[in-house]
Design a binder for this molecule. Structure first.
Ligand code: HAM
Length: 443
């Protein structure tokens, strides 16, 4: 317990995102919403708190997430609750709970929000982290798999992210996986004593999980284990071949990675990840795959599905590096700082600020009278593109002085023409904070 005088700090593995960073987060989210809308996805917001059983049943009792990483607590009425470690299970729960399958056709849903996993914090890995994710429910057609991947590639291209790699695999289905597991168990029998403690246990309980073990010393042994792709049943094989053919037709490059079984148990058939060369050890930018049995695992009707989740923290890290120094990605500057001198100037200055803001321009105004020099200092400190000066002389002439803060040029402009003047002279389009608010909205 912290002493009363001790500074209370944020919880280990959680972060405050400050305004110097949040503009990039907003931009990344805006671009995601635009691309998702283009593919006809709609937003769903599910609770952060869920019943623990939801994740235990879907993500899997034997996964690292469920055994080691969940924030689970007993509520006052002894119900076991968990801060969501991922959102796919929640989306499928909501889909079933609200009978969205009755709406006909497929459902294309997306979400943006925080997830919680008690992992060892490091760069790109946090205990509260954010995901941008999407799920398509109601079709097992391989075209959907390819389309979801196409969407992701378009999104990453819009974010100017290069140096990424798409890894692709199939983990089969309940029909073909038992045979693979038998072969895998057999192969593990001879080598498991040389593997880490976790893998020795997994060899018995959930041998597939051995394949995504990260322990360095285990890697050469794991590399020699049988490949799941050699044991796919005819339906899974056909599905996988169709997905790869569709990716080829779309000109999307990928690397087939038979070890990519992913850390969650609900996957069937297609799984994929995109890694980024801009990230360090935590290089998985996003992960996803098909989960045709998940709805049934949590008590719903059979519903095929596929989706992905992008690690937004990692995405922002990578994008930040890719766009560093680019003016079109810089934080939106304040369009104008309004300088007023003398009591008589206050009312027109306030009115001007209100009108410019109504027009969607980002504007700041001093709340106390100040000398010109001091006001210019403020305008420059807050990064205003223009200073609009209103003093006795300007009130007399009926024209305000508008100073371009970067060139130092100054011009007298009539108040009625100011919005137009600022708009045409603002090089950074993002000075316009929002769509113009109609005067009728202002009452
Ligand atoms: P996941 O692979 O567990 O999949 O997570 C997806 C992404 O979230 C990772 O690739 C990574 O970028 C990010 N991530 C995971 N853990 C952390 C962490 N501790 N700190 C920062 N970022 C992290 C899922 O969550 C599935 N729901 C994906 C999915 C959706 N499959 C089908 N639909």
């Amino acid at each position: 317990m912290a002493r009363e005088s001790q500074l209370i700090r944020s919880v280990k593995g959680t972060r405050d995102l400050l305004p110097s960073e949040t503009h990039l987060w907003q931009r990344v989210e805006d671009e995601a919403r635009a691309v998702l809308a283009a593919y006809n996805f709609h937003e769903i917001r599910t609770p952060i708190l869920e019943q623990t059983a939801l994740f235990a049943r879907s993500v899997g009792e034997e996964t690292d997430i469920v055994t080691k990483e969940m924030y689970t607590f007993s509520d006052r009425d002894h119900e076991s609750l968990t801060l969501r470690p991922e959102a796919t299970a929640s989306v499928v729960r909501a889909y079933i709970e609200h009978s969205l399958y009755n709406e006909g056709g497929i459902q294309k849903l997306y979400y943006v929000g925080p997830m919680f996993r008690r992992e060892r914090p490091q760069k790109g890995r946090y205990r509260q982290f954010y995901q941008i994710g999407a799920e398509v429910l109601g079709s097992d057609h391989p075209t959907i798999d390819a389309e979801v991947i196409e969407l992701l590639m378009l999104y990453l291209a819009r974010l100017q992210l290069e140096n990424t790699a798409l890894l692709l695999n199939s983990v089969g289905c309940p029909l073909c996986r038992p045979e693979y597991l038998r072969v895998l168990r057999q192969a593990l029998e001879g080598v498991k004593t040389n593997l880490c403690g976790d893998c020795q246990r997994r060899s018995e309980t959930n041998p597939l999980r051995v394949l995504d073990c990260k322990v360095e010393a285990d890697q050469p042994i794991i590399a020699r284990l049988p490949s799941i792709l050699d044991h796919l049943g005819p339906e899974c094989r056909q599905h996988f071949d169709r997905v790869t053919a569709e990716l080829d037709e779309r000109g999307i490059q990928y690397t087939i990675t038979p070890r990519l079984v992913r850390g969650l148990d609900y996957y069937t058939k297609t799984t994929f990840e995109i890694t980024s060369g801009a990230l360090g050890a935590q290089n998985a930018l996003l992960g996803g795959g098909r989960y045709d049995g998940l709805a049934q695992m949590i008590g719903g009707p059979p519903t095929p599905g596929i989706g992905f989740s992008i690690g937004e923290d990692r995405l922002v890290l990578a994008v930040g590096e890719a766009v560093a120094g680019r003016a079109d990605w810089a934080a939106a500057p304040v369009a104008a700082y309004i300088v007023w001198m003398g009591d008589r100037a206050l009312a027109p200055a306030r009115e001007l600020a209100r009108e410019l803001r109504r027009q969607g321009l980002s504007v700041e105004i001093g709340y106390e009278p100040a000398k010109l020099k001091k006001s210019m200092g403020i305008a420059s400190r807050i990064g205003a593109r223009f200073a609009v000066i209103i003093g006795e002389g300007e009130l007399e002439s009926g024209r305000y002085q508008v100073k371009d803060m970067s060139s130092g040029e100054q011009q007298a402009v009539e108040p009625v023409g100011l919005v137009e003047y600022l708009r045409t002279h603002l090089t950074a389009p993002n000075c316009v904070a929002a769509a113009a608010i109609k005067s009728s909205d202002q009452g």
